[in-house]
Design a protein around this ligand. Sequence first.
Ligand SMILES: Cc1cc2nc3c(=O)[nH]c(=O)nc-3n(C[C@H](O)[C@H](O)[C@H](O)COP(=O)(O)OP(=O)(O)OC[C@H]3O[C@@H](n4cnc5c(N)ncnc54)[C@H](O)[C@@H]3O)c2cc1C
Length: 502
Amino acid sequence: MTVMTEHAVVIAGGGPTGLMLAGELALAGVDVAIVERRPSQDLPGSRAGGLHSRTIEILDQRGIADRFLVEGQVAQVGQFAGVRLDISDFPTRHPYSLGLWQKHIERILAGWVDELAVTFYRGREVTGFAQDETGVDVELPDGQSVRAKYLVGCDGGRSLVRKAAGIEFPGWDPTTSNLIAEVEMTEEPELGMRHDALGVHGLGRVEYEIRDGEVVFADNGPVRVMLTEPEVGATSEPTLRDLSEGLIAVYGTDYGVHSPTSISRFTDMTRQAATYRQGRVLLAGDAAHVHAPDGGQGLNTGVQDAVNLGWKLAQVVNGASADGLLDTYHAERHPVAARVLRTTMAHVALRRQDERTEALRETIAELLGADEARNGFAAMGSGLDIHYDLGEGHPLLGRRMPDLDLVTADGPLRVFTLLHDGRPVLLNLGEPGGFDIAPWADRVQLIDAKYDGAWELPALGTVTAPSAVLIRPDGYVAWVGDLTRPGLAEALTTWFGAPTAA
Ligand SMILES: Cc1cc2nc3c(=O)[nH]c(=O)nc-3n(C[C@H](O)[C@H](O)[C@H](O)COP(=O)(O)OP(=O)(O)OC[C@H]3O[C@@H](n4cnc5c(N)ncnc54)[C@H](O)[C@@H]3O)c2cc1C
């Protein structure tokens, strides 16, 4: 075996999760490399359809949300049991989702990563690894290997890293199977969704716009086909013939389907890695959790895994924190994906076409008629309600820091601007100059500012204005208090490492 080179962190897989993680690590000055099987970032087919509110906020925290917003379509896409979950009155700068195909999301993310110091091994794949006390030998084809302190498997649902680590992937086998394709059609197809005894099917142009809240497809161009299959469990790759037969079974014609650029299959298989960490090997994104696309959560959850893990891994690699900090990654993110899995399974169950399910759908729709229930579901679907269990205290503790418009001695400032470099912030809204965090000054920014507006949290409503908040690089609040409240030094040490001696 030839050891090619060494990096602090090697990421297997440069999909959305791997790209986001690489960006986060590079921002923190970590020597990171991505090993990606695909020769370029090009992604055939469409896969994920967009970003939810919290993911847009996460990108805004790094100053790159606009790159996505200019290319996508702002929309209210949330729904559950047929009830629209409109978040336009939620207290966030981005009270909407963004329609943008995954191939564009990946291209834009890769553009950001290219501006940072990230090494790419494209057209290469991770074939195995061996970890020891000081690092991991990551195996590539032809007997080559790369040495790293940590290996992160962002290598998708069939993750080799997860399998090679022997990490269990418990869950549920599929109950539904769908074909998804991008094709040309010689005849004009019937665009839109169709429900029948088999399930839900859909035809749409790949290119579309949102006008007055409605999807308006382009007049021509490639068609995106989604068909529910009569059987679950096909093992061969789907072909144009399968697609043509499927179209005829549902629509009575295949509309002269030809020239596919992609044909693939997805199911509602639902599984989650039993642990997100095994020693020096970690999992994130689809490698850690898979589920049906209903609700559009997969890519969003993966990108947010990456932002939870990135700064923690950087601090461990840079020597600021002990490696026990990495255990908080599993502790915080496993429950989030477990809830996504549960809600997605409910989504899939509710799309069944029998009369009892119809009755259940109507019942749930009635319950969602209550504002509190509907807001709760909307906050969950948009990722705005995520609450890491950091103990008892102010409602902000463990929740996302809102992007407030602050006033500082140097002028107006948005909270998210403070997070662009991925560095933590102690935001003092009380008497200026009151806090002294000199022993952490090399790691934590101290900002004195004023904010006179209301403190409103999605679904929770107004909360008491805090005097000071400690904000982690991922935008979650690690401590809330004032000069008299104990625990700040403890929180700083827990999250950002031991104090530096003067
Ligand atoms: C039809 C459909 C619709 C969807 N809609 C949505 C949606 O609307 N919203 C949403 O949030 N999500 C959606 N998803 C889910 C979304 O596509 C995935 O959750 C997302 O791609 C996960 O990103 P990832 O980076 O974790 O994994 P992947 O995107 O699978 O990326 C893994 C990467 O690793 C590479 N790789 C794999 N094995 C190796 C190896 N051994 N060595 C090196 N590289 C390797 C692959 O080439 C790939 O680039 C949808 C999925 C489907 C199928």
